[in-house]
Design a protein around this ligand. Sequence first.
Ligand SMILES: [Fe+2]
Length: 320
Amino acid sequence: MRMFTVNKDKNKDFTVLNIADPQIDYELWDGRATSFDTVRFTLGKIIPKVKPDMITMTGDFADEFGRELYDTIITYIDSFGIPWAPVMGNHDHEDGCDPYIVAEMLSETEHCLFEAGDPALGCGHYTVAVEEDGRLVTAFIMMDSHHRKYITDENGKEVRVNVPYSDGQYRWYESQVDALRSIGCEDSTLVVHFPLYEYKYAWEAARRPRDGTSGPSETASRWNAGYEDSLGTNYEPVEPLVEKSPMFEIAKRLGHTKNILCAHDHGNASSIVYEGIRLTYGLKTGSGGYFAGQNGAAVITVGEKGVKSVRYEYVSLDGI
Ligand SMILES: [Fe+2]
């Protein structure tokens, strides 16, 4: 298996910045800036402040396939000179985009850690381990959550569904956990694009609606008992297109993955511990695709025993 390693300094936290859904396009945001400008504006503020040791990217590089768009965003992320590890989003598979063309572009990119892996599983299955003093403190298990497709339902209606995870992917995930355990690593984060179904259950369990009766229906101002360590909020329904899969139950049973990171719902940026696993949405970076008001990036802090915290860095686009 392909395992990349990045180094953590002893006695110093290791900081991971997650870029979510840049999904750049040719649209102007608010009539004044391209979506790529909004990404540059956002990361131009966050990167010097957070000084990440690694960047993850939870997919959807561009809204549609165009070599120029992909080239633009890939070259820009690489320009920070920081190791970065992406997964493919649905847009990197759909609307004429071939993820293997993107994978080829990534393979020629200096600081990018990426491995397409076995094509029977999808595009992009690999692990990045964080090493301190010869010991692996945590690892990021990167998986493809595929794309959406149209099918005709029993009423003859065209409906959009996702391509589900496969048994091969579950076996691959288990093999990563086994391999990490065999070399003494006891902590991992699973990184995918689509939220798992359990994000919906987590949100329903944790959220206390604003003022009980009023305010945006999908936001939370306080959290229910037992969920006080939740953060962020969601501005759109947590209704995963992804069918309920055994992925979460497998992660729970193995007890190795303590964090799951996803993206895709541009208006959602919450982080909730549900049944022992922290389920975190990335925070949308830039205005591309559609913009639902939350902008910035998520920050994951790794200590000597693995991931120790998750937070959001918000950037207002008003100043652009
Ligand atoms: Fe997406």
